[in-house]
Design a protein. Structure first.
Ligand code: ZN
Length: 500
């Protein structure tokens, strides 16, 4: 009896033990065979933060990194790619957009799940980089979301703009210089392009075309610009039915260029045939920059040293050293003002060689330059190479410019700097103005780099030097403080050309 009971108990122990082993083995096999099984549990049991991966790599465009974020979440996966730069304002604009897009997508997913738990979504944001020879980039973000309960996805296109070197970001307002007449013209050009577009023909919502191409800045805010074309992106179901997604209208840049600020004008267009590229020594520099903006043509670089007084330099008496800083091709509403502030900070005086065409446009900046005590100089009306013009045109280029500066400021102009430093006897004969060239070329138009600006000044400046810079490049404004600090420490006094 005792023995039997013992036997019975050991049988139960055996059975229990065997069952345990079988169950454990089974569980182990199940785990091994289906490692993903746990992710298929109900939404409530899913980890609150789905697995997220972020990757950061350099793009092919200098100064631009590509950020990639992916989530393989079962219900609401996403793949997002966007650019980041070294400029925080730009970076924040993009990340704000991305954050909101993600938030919106998750909100839609949550509300859809309350009706049907099995609804799945997908969010994809990718982008394209379009470049312009001015150094400005257009980033076109394509935001596409799909949901398993609706047959058609949604696509939204947004553009972001950056000059990675200067940090400048041109909105459509900046691009047209905030000019409403130009906006009117742009609106008409785009409207016509839409009507002429054969792929849109059967899809146009004609009443809405009018509405969404009205001359309002917001209608054209999503754009990209290259040397060849300017592209406008419209939202789905605005100018055309949603069948064709967001309409994209491309217009040859040449058709629009006359509306754009100078930075986006190309060399060949601003210059009429009277302004032939260059005189002999300058071929190299302009050749290199040929596709760049008009302002870059300002390859005044390789010009002869004019300033003979520089040989008087006397390093042992620092306080007697003088330098004349000169700024060409302005005025520019942003860059010139920043330069004025920096000059004021260092109590420095400089000379501004201005283009008549820009003086006409920004008279208030010219007055600010004058009121700050700087010297005003003539740099022709249209940045023409005067050696290539007939006498009548030379006189016009010079005299009209002096006239408008004098009209704006009431001040008589005495200094004249010929564009490219291009001057010959014929040009000299047309004017009584003092011709001012330079001996230190910072090449700021070419490198657009504050460090290189400083380096060129360090290497070449001596007592009596005339330093050539341009108040149309953000990098020059950004680098000026360091240049002034350096020259101050070297004992230089900043004077105008007339005072030199
Ligand atoms: Zn110039």
């Amino acid at each position: 009896m005792k023995n039997k009971r013992h036997k019975t108990r050991s049988i139960w122990i055996d059975i229990t033990f065997s069952l345990t082993i079988i169950l454990l083995t089974g569980a182990a096999i199940l785990l091994i065979l289906s490692p993903d099984k746990h992710t298929a549990s109900s939404p409530d049991e899913r980890p609150s933060a789905p697995p997220l991966e972020t990757e950061e790599i350099d793009s092919n465009y200098p100064g631009i990194k590509i950020i990639t974020k992916t989530s393989n979440d079962d219900i609401a996966p996403f793949a997002i790619q966007y650019p980041q730069s070294t400029h925080s304002t730009f970076n924040e604009k993009i990340t704000d957009y991305i954050t909101n897009a993600q938030k919106g997508y998750l909100e839609i997913m949550n509300s859809k799940k309350t009706f049907d738990e099995k609804t799945k979504g997908e969010l994809n944001i990718s982008y394209e980089t379009l470049t312009h020879s001015s150094g400005n980039y257009s980033f076109v973000l394509v935001n596409n979301s799909n949901f398993s309960d609706s047959p058609k996805g949604q696509t939204e296109i947004r553009s972001f703009h950056l000059n990675p070197e200067t940090g400048e970001s041109y909105t459509i307002f900046d691009l047209l210089d905030g000019n409403s007449h130009r906006l009117n013209e742009l609106s008409a050009i785009v409207q016509k392009a839409i009507e002429d577009d054969s792929t849109l023909q059967d899809h146009l919502l004609s009443k809405d075309v009018e509405l969404y191409t009205k001359p309002l800045w917001k209608n054209f805010r999503n754009y990209a610009i290259t040397d060849e074309s300017m592209i406008f992106y419209f939202d789905e179901h605005t100018i055309a039915d949603s069948e064709i997604g967001p309409p994209i209208i491309s217009i040859p840049t040449a058709k629009i260029e006359h509306l754009l600020v100078d930075v986006f004008k190309q060399v060949d267009d601003k210059t009429d045939d009277t302004k032939i590229e260059n005189s002999t020594e300058e071929t190299d520099s302009t050749g290199v920059e040929k596709n760049d903006t008009t302002d870059d043509v300002d390859a005044e670089s390789e010009d002869p040293i004019q300033n003979e007084s520089s040989s008087d330099s006397n390093e042992t008496v620092p306080s007697s050293k003088k330098v004349a800083l000169t700024f060409d091709d302005g005025p520019d509403p942003k860059v010139t003002r920043q330069i004025l502030e920096t000059l004021e900070k260092h109590n420095a005086k400089a000379t501004f060689f201005m283009l008549g065409s820009r003086v006409e446009y920004y008279p208030e900046i010219v007055k600010e330059i004058q009121e700050a005590g700087h010297e005003l100089g003539n740099h022709t009306w249209n940045h023409a190479d005067l050696t290539k013009l007939d006498t009548e045109r030379i006189i016009k280029e010079i005299n009209n410019t002096s006239a408008i500066i004098e009209k704006v400021t009431g001040e008589k102009i005495e200094a004249f700097r010929p564009p490219y430093g291009a001057v010959n006897d014929k040009v000299r004969a047309q004017s009584n103005l003092q011709i001012v060239l330079w001996d230190v070329d910072t090449l700021d138009w070419k490198h657009r780099n504050p460090q290189k600006l400083l380096q060129n000044v360090k290497e070449h400046t001596k007592d009596g030097s005339i330093v050539l810079m341009h108040d149309i490049h953000q990098s020059t404004a950004d680098g000026l403080d360091a240049v002034l600090t350096y020259l101050e420490n070297e004992g230089y006094q900043f004077v105008t050309v007339a005072e030199l």
